[in-house]
Design a protein around this ligand. Structure first.
Ligand code: URA
Length: 429
């Protein structure tokens, strides 16, 4: 094939054949197709889209550039397979749900292979959060993953570089060419990694709102439908929830602060929105592997999920009892007026946490464990002028000013009561 023909075909609204797609992804991975050609094609895809068959072929081609994991060795005493369940979030602010969710689901005997990433930009990364726990180790070998899945059930660790290497290369290219936002490319990127990971069931938490990739319900629903179709066609029991990301989840955004809040949830407390979504996602994961008759809130109340958490952290060399790092410098932002908090913008809080040092500007940067934002009020709460709304924390005081600037237009207080929208906006199967 001639890659320029493929670019022209897509540019003019045509369809790529399965053979063309397989050739393209393989050639790109091995250097036969240049970055500038792939970026032209990515832009054509962003503008023209791909049909369902093209997206499926694209995803399969990306999977076949790397290794596939396989959990067939996870069996019960009677020899039957233990089905695994995983969750993927499209990314948000204060989205610490993996931390309570993986041990919660594992506490019902369902192995959860949660291969996770780091934050880049305004959304946090699960591994960065867990690394706030002294000693905790993100890198596990495949043998360690299997062993921990078998004995404890919950594993949250770094995804190896062997899964869908084509995606790694393509994602880096999209990041610098304004082509991240193409729904077919996001869907195939996420699902190629999840299908290669080999999970039996998957729940997708597709975020919608200012702090998410997808700003509208319409786009989020289309992304969710595309991913559910890819998973289902690949034999993975896949469902999706559309959830609100117009304001942060819970009362914290950062690293150690999010671990602290997750532990509160595992202890049976914590903010109601984090609990609601953790339980809803757990119910999806458990149902997908056949456990429809359990109440996932039960193991948060009775301590079983906490037992799984402690075992999971200790197995990865972390100390579940260690004190978490606290920031050296803090600054509290107060309410400018009395009334009802009607908006506390997720994107702005994400940027503030990032500027405080919770996230990285370049891949090679390190993050501060103690950096982050604590919220003292959420949309719908009544506030009085002068009361604390949120506290910024960091180990480097020069970061406070820029973080405060990020919050300049992020807060709205109105006089009358406000209607706060539902956290869970839809379910797609
Ligand atoms: N996350 C991914 O893994 N890929 C995308 O394209 C977007 C978000």
């Amino acid at each position: 094939f001639d890659v320029v023909d493929l670019i022209r075909t897509k540019r003019d609204g045509g369809t790529l054949s399965p053979e063309q797609i397989r050739w393209l992804i393989s050639s790109y991975t091995h250097g036969g197709v240049a970055d500038e050609q792939m970026s032209a094609l990515a832009m054509a895809i962003l503008i023209r889209g791909m049909d369902r068959q093209e997206i499926a072929e694209w995803t399969t081609a990306m999977i076949s550039t790397g290794e596939r994991m396989n959990f067939d060795a996870l069996t019960r005493a009677d020899g039957t397979r233990r089905l695994t369940a995983d969750k993927h979030s499209t990314g948000g602010v204060g989205d610490k749900l993996t931390l309570p969710l993986a041990p919660l689901v594992a506490s019902y005997g369902v192995p959860v292979p949660q291969l996770s990433g780091r934050g880049l930009g305004h959304t946090g990364g699960t591994l960065d959060k867990l690394e706030a726990i002294p000693g905790w180790r993100a890198a596990l070998s495949n043998a360690e993953i299997m062993q921990q899945l078998d004995s404890i059930g919950a594993v949250v660790c770094a995804a190896g570089t062997g899964l869908a290497p084509a995606d790694k290369k393509l994602y880096a290219l999209r990041d610098v060419t304004g082509t991240v936002e193409a729904i077919p490319l996001i869907a195939s990127s996420i699902m190629s990694k999840k299908i290669a990971e080999g999970t039996d069931a998957l729940v997708l938490d597709v975020k919608v709102g200012s702090g998410a990739f997808m700003k509208t319900q319409h786009d989020a629903a289309e992304l969710a439908r595309t991913m559910v179709a890819l998973g289902t066609d690949a034999g993975v029991a896949t469902t999706a929830l559309l959830t609100d990301m117009s304001t942060p989840l819970g009362l914290t955004a950062g690293n150690a602060v999010e671990v602290e809040e997750s532990v509160e949830v595992l202890a049976g407390g914590g903010p109601s929105d984090v609990v609601e979504l953790t339980v809803a996602l757990a119910a999806e994961m458990l149902a997908a592997v056949g456990l429809t008759d359990v109440d996932p809130a039960e193991n948060l109340r009775n301590g079983h999920a906490m037992d799984s958490w402690r075992a999971m952290i200790a197995a990865q060399d972390g100390d579940p009892d260690a004190a978490l790092p606290q920031p050296k410098y803090e600054h509290t932002i107060t309410a400018a007026a009395s009334g009802t908090l009607s908006r506390l913008d997720a994107y702005a809080v994400g940027i503030a946490a990032w500027r405080l040092g919770a996230g990285r500007g370049r891949k090679e940067d390190t993050v501060q464990a103690a950096a982050g934002v604590r919220l003292h009020a959420k949309p719908g709460d009544t506030v009085t002028a002068g009361q604390p709304l949120l506290t910024l924390g960091t180990d480097e005081d020069h970061r406070l000013v820029r973080a405060e600037q990020a919050m300049a237009d992020a807060v709205e207080i109105t006089e009358g009561p406000v209607v706060v929208g539902d956290l869970i906006r839809g379910r797609i199967t």
